[in-house]
Write a protein that binds this ligand. Structure first.
Ligand code: ADP
Ligand code: MG
Length: 447
């Protein structure tokens, strides 16, 4: 940290209230960020992280009207008095969804977009595009179309697109959200590399702490309810219980260590699992805890509910998505299937539900061959909740949506009413039974 410099971003007694909101979304913000720092902003969903970012890049109040108080200086510019266009020369913003940010027909076009808009000469434009493409490792992909790129690659392109302006500040709002952990780590490596090569200041908003901490950050700013709750170095923050108290998941290895009875202190350097300093007693505790769990895992091998044997499947003949997949799931188990983007997790689920048919292999439910049953029959035993709830819901009213499959199974009206009401009570949606589905939030639709 270079505290001798003057801050590149400085909030003083700052607040921001959206015009459509009754109360300020940001309150009492006092925060100085210094040139070359890497800052992580964390906090529960809805606490105002994106609002803070939008005040830094000028999106607030330009796109979302509202009023601010106090002061906010961004790279020498009084943000409250300047336009989003003026600020874009100082701050580059990379958002969560790389698809929504892609404007060009090719990588090169997309990167050069801002330069083209500024009517720059071809030769200079080509040089700058080449240079930033090299910075993000996309120089061999300049002719590629968006659909030929992975999520991680699209994100590299959006990073390059904001760097053509030679901005001093790079702002990332949940850059890891749609990436698998391995790609997320690569993104963090890339952000670090760019930060070092260009000496920019980096502000990352992210709740996936464990993935962000794959590389060093200087400070973590923890927000809650529109205010800053803590401003600490990672080792300091991780030694407190603030994350769990605000509902943010701390890195899993720390949760495991706490379960094992290990006290997490700043001195043990908890920010990185590889370099944590555990003494002999700690190590012993961890070992014991681990052994206790492996024993439990092996208990009760019977009661197999779902059994999958040598499943093989491809959407086209030349490319197998699943090969040699065998597993069994016992009654009452809670199992999670993990894997990187494109590994075939959803495809596996579709085969189980019957949306797709395997090329070879067996699926048994309670020992019965499931492949003989159609989707409708399987739906009596297997419920499937998809990633995007909007793809699933087909009825305008909540009651009708839940009753849908029961109607198809031929229950009487009274039976249906009883079953639907009981289901809604379990999910906490009973009070909304006569509401239209459109009135529910994303999380409620998933239930
Ligand atoms: P976070 O990024 O931490 O999840 P946000 O900054 O998106 O939080 O949201 C904080 C609060 O501000 C929420 O209560 C949300 O309803 C409100 N808010 C966010 N964006 C807007 C907007 N464009 N207009 C009005 N209110 C908004
Ligand atoms: Mg947000």
């Amino acid at each position: 940290m270079k505290n001798t410099d003057s801050p590149i971003i400085s909030f003083k007694n700052y607040s921001f209230q959206y015009r459509v909101q009754k109360r300020p979304t940001l309150k009492n913000i006092n925060l100085d960020i210094y040139p070359g720092e890497r800052i992580l902003i964390a906090g529960p969903s809805g606490c105002g992280k994106s609002t803070l970012a939008s005040c830094i890049n000028g999106l607030n109040p330009y796109s979302n009207p509202g009023k601010s108080e106090g002061t906010l200086i961004v790279d020498g510019v009084d943000a409250r008095q300047s336009s989003i266009f003026e600020l874009s020369a100082h701050v580059g913003t990379v958002l969560q969804d790389p698809d929504g940010q892609f404007i060009g027909l090719t990588v090169g076009e997309d990167i050069a977009f801002a330069l083209e808009n500024a009517c720059m000469q071809q030769k200079e434009m080509k040089e700058i595009t080449q240079h930033v493409a090299e910075l993000v490792g996309m120089e061999d992909h300049l002719e590629y179309a968006p659909y030929e790129l992975s999520g991680g690659q699209k994100q590299r392109v959006s990073m390059a697109g904001v760097m053509v302006n030679q901005v001093k500040i790079l702002l990332f709002d949940e850059p890891l959200a749609s990436l698998d952990p391995a790609t997320g780590k690569q993104t963090m490596e890339l952000i670090e590399e760019i930060q070092q090569k260009t000496d920019t200041t980096v502000v990352i908003i992210e709740h996936r702490l464990e993935d962000v901490l794959w590389r060093d950050v200087d400070r973590i700013i923890l927000m809650e309810g529109g205010e800053i709750l803590a401003d600490l170095r990672p080792d300091e923050l991780l030694a407190t219980s603030l994350l769990t108290e605000t509902g943010i998941r701390e890195p899993l290895y720390l949760t495991a260590m706490r379960y094992a009875g290990i006290e997490i202190t700043e001195e043990k350097k908890p920010a990185h699992v590889e370099s944590m300093l555990l003494d002999e007693t700690d190590k012993k505790k961890l070992q014991q805890w681990f052994e206790m769990y492996t024993e439990k895992e092996n208990a009760g091998k019977d009661d197999i509910l779902l059994e999958v044997k040598n499943l093989e499947f491809g959407y086209s003949e030349d490319k197998k998505i699943l090969e040699n997949v065998s597993l069994s799931i016992r009654k009452g188990e809670m199992v999670s299937i993990v894997g990187k983007n494109g590994a075939g997790k959803s495809t596996f689920a579709k085969l189980i539900c019957g949306f797709e048919t395997p090329d070879t292999g067996e699926i048994l439910l309670n020992g019965q061959n499931l492949l003989k049953e159609n989707i409708r029959h399987r739906a009596q035993h297997i419920g499937y909740v998809m990633q995007n709830p909007n793809q699933m819901i087909s009825k305008p009213m909540i009651f009708d949506e839940v009753a849908l499959s029961l109607k198809k199974q031929g229950f009487t009206k009274e039976e249906i009413r009883r079953k639907v009401e009981a289901t809604l009570k379990i999910c906490g949606l009973y009070p909304f039974r006569n509401w239209p589905v459109s009135a529910l939030s994303f999380g409620q639709k998933n239930e």
